[in-house]
Structures are given as C-alpha cells and as structure tokens.
Design a protein around this ligand. Structure first.
Ligand code: DX5
Ligand code: ZN
Length: 218
C-alpha cells in the first residue's frame, strides 16, 4: 500500500517544510494536483511548483494533470521533475501518444477517469499504462465526500488487470480516510491519495499511520 498525500491540502506558504514533515511521517509519494480552470472548475498550481518541490525531496512526485489537452505540457512537467504523470482520458484526443511520450522519458504513465466515466473508456490503453487513477470524487476540489459507487469500477478493473496479468496498479483519489480505506483496498486499490484526512487535523504521522493500520471495515 502506498500513501500519496496531496500537497494542495497543505500550507502552500511553507511547502518545503510540509514536504519534510510528510517525509518523516512516512509518505510514500507526493501527489501534486494540477488544475487549469478549464478541465476542472478550479485553478491550483503548475510547472514552477513541481520544479520547486523536486528540489526539496527525493520522494517520487505523482503529478495528477487535471488540464485540457495535456499533450501541450507533458514534456515540461517531466522536465520539472515528475516521476509519475497521470492525465485524464476525458481531457484529450491523444491518449496513446501521451502515454508513449511519458514512457519514452522513462517515467510512469497513469490514466485517470472521473467518477462517471466507464472503465471501457480506458480499456484500450490498459496494456500501455503503469497506473489507472480512479477518481472517487469529482475532480477539482479536496475535502469532498467519497463516492461509494466508484468502488465497483475498482473491483471490475482489478479483475481485468488480474485476468490479463498486467503490471498495472490502481490508484484512488478523493475522500479517502481511515473509515473507508480498507474497503477500497479490498476492492483492489494499492495507491491511496489523501488530502484532508492527512492535513486537516492532528499530526501527519498519526494520520498516515491511521490510513495504513485502520481496523474499520465497512
Ligand atoms: C481532487 C484531487 C484530490 C484531492 C484529494 O481533484 O485530485 O487529490 O485534492 O483531497 P481529499 O483527500 O481531501 O479528497
Ligand atoms: Zn489528485
């Protein structure tokens, strides 16, 4: 199980300090939510922030592009230091080309789908990607409630990945907390993005440990 805190929920004035705290709290990856105000109704940060974060950590940088036509920026995000580049299947006409570009740069390629997008949309690309990111909230904002109907997609996807013996991992993003993490894990997810449940209350280590070791089972 990998825990990828979404830095967007942290204190962006002290981003370097936040990253150090997450490192000592046991974070596996740093998740960076890039939003363009077009693909989603929010604007966050972009290439310069990824570049700065790259300078202060060796943890893998998991860049989640919620932007229209990601092909225009993939190269720059890779240059900025992204280790994993994930873009949305709904955001582009060039899915295969984008995956190839990411893989050619020796980075991990992820494809994301919104809660209401069927997994059929990504199946043609499953053999080329490293990660499928199943959004468990509508992309755009942190702090939303986990949408439980997305679980069936995780289950279905996991079944297909196993049947085809593909080395693809399922990542989930949105509303993940100690109360629901086990059920999502049971469905087949291996990488867990979390914003609010890590940053909102208490201490980062306790919160990350709570996600890893929770006993909740519904
Ligand atoms: C939503 C983002 C998520 C989100 C996670 O568009 O992709 O990464 O910020 O935050 P929580 O865990 O609070 O839903
Ligand atoms: Zn995200």
């Amino acid at each position: 199980m990998l825990i990828a805190p979404s830095i967007l929920s942290g204190d962006l004035l002290k981003i370097g300090k936040e990253i150090k705290k997450l490192e000592s709290a046991g974070a596996d990856w740093i998740h960076l939510d890039v939003m363009d105000g077009q693909f989603v109704r929010n604007i966050s940060f972009g290439i310069p922030v990824v570049k700065s974060v790259r300078q202060c950590t060796d943890l893998p940088l998991d860049v989640h592009l919620m932007i229209k036509d990601p092909e225009n920026y993939i190269e720059e995000f890779i240059k900025a230091g992204a280790d994993i580049v994930t873009f949305h299947v709904e955001s582009t006409e060039c899915v295969e080309k984008n995956i190839k570009e990411i893989k050619k740069a020796d980075k991990k390629a992820g494809i994301a789908l919104k809660p209401n997008t069927n997994i059929e949309e990504i199946l043609p690309f499953l053999r080329y990607v490293d990660i499928v990111l199943v959004m468990t909230v509508e992309p755009g904002f942190s702090g939303q409630r986990f949408l439980s109907y997305t679980l069936s997609k995780v289950v279905e996807l996991k079944k297909i990945i196993d049947e085809k013996h593909l080395p693809v991992k399922i990542e989930v993003d949105g509303g993940i907390n100690p109360q629901n993490v086990n059920i999502v894990k049971g469905a087949g997810a291996e990488i867990f993005v979390a914003g609010n449940s890590i940053f909102f209350l208490g201490n980062y280590k306790e919160n990350i440990d709570a996600l890893r070791n929770t006993n909740w089972s519904f």
